[in-house]
Design a protein around this ligand. Sequence first.
Ligand code: ZN
Length: 144
Amino acid sequence: MSSSTRDTRDVDHQLDNRYSTFQEAASEYLIRHRSIIDVLSKIQESSARVNRSVVKAVTSCGCISVNASRQELPSDITYWEMKNYMSTHLDGEMCEQCKEVLELELGRTLFYLAALCDLFSLKFDEVIEAERKRVTALGMFNLT
Ligand SMILES: [Zn+2]
């Protein structure tokens, strides 16, 4: 490795470590859309783009398709067995290019969610951890 390559990596590493959390980075880089109105509308926009990236995987790329119908469940199963019978209504597997777009849009949505946390002095990591605890403690009764 040349010294210039190593220097570039050192700078990248220093920039990577400048903010210890995703939220700190979001807070620092959120300049143009710092207003609550902008943050809220950016969350909606980025969320719509997440949906759009899945739709385009179906309608433009064609790597996946949606085949939806009423969920059919055997009558003699427990609630916990339902997961084994519930369909995603997806056929195929998303290609790497479409996954890359989806990942980008999900990341952008997370960025604005972290920014929203920051505007209200909430800790993004703590919100995620609190939700994890709620889901695992309440299980099926938490999500409808
Ligand atoms: Zn694709």
